[in-house]
Ligand binder design. Sequence first.
Ligand code: GLP
Length: 260
Amino acid sequence: MEIVILDSAEEVGVLAARKIASVLKAATPGVLGVATGSSPLTIYAALATMRQRGEIDLSRTRAFALDEYVGIAESHPESYASVIRREVVEPLAMNPDLVRVPDGRAADIEAACRDYEEAIAAVGGVDIQLLGIGANGHIGFNEPTSSFASRTRIKTLAPRTRADNARFFDNADDVPTHCLTQGLGTILDARHLVLVAQGDSKAEAIRQSVEGPVSSMWPGSALQMHQNATVIIDEGAASRLELADYYRYTYANKPIWQRY
Ligand code: GLP
């Protein structure tokens, strides 16, 4: 696992965008795994700037979202279908026909989850999956004790996740109780993983995921099992890492040919 500690959320976004661009350039047009939440917003901003400068073209890139709420209409402004359209597809000029979000409205939820897995497999898998992390260590919506072998399925949101996401809704009770999420096994199948986190509120989740034991109690620790995982964080999120100085030293001495 590569751990990169930077000074600001903006720098985190710029570096993660450069990593995404380098992987997608090699895989053109590529398959991008997209994430919601506040954490990736600086990445999307950096990618939008790169697009305006003509440094990246995502118009033929396919995308798959990690997760979706169950129980709210697709047209709800906080459905992840709406969020991905507003924050990713439009600013990055992606083709909406090539972008999929799990169908949280499906009458047959299990069939919708199977379809999603098959759609990812049909395009040859995800080249690079972008991840944020919840304060309780969830990735996608894989809450603590999610199986490392799990595939796309319905999950019950943890009370803490519902409370954390209440800021996006008028009323805390409006936050759905259920979601569909790619499983940890689905996420681990992506060829590259990039996890970003900013701020002290993520420091414990980062410490447990990066330096703790591999445990379903901290789903982010699944990244320790992946061959190409990059964790890009700011000083706040890095504040509890025991080996922070080593990560800084490693990054400062990264061979030129390995940089992105
Ligand atoms: C959300 C999403 C995750 C996200 C996490 C952290 O509920 N389902 O994909 O990584 O929680 O969100 P934020 O980046 O807003 O802190």
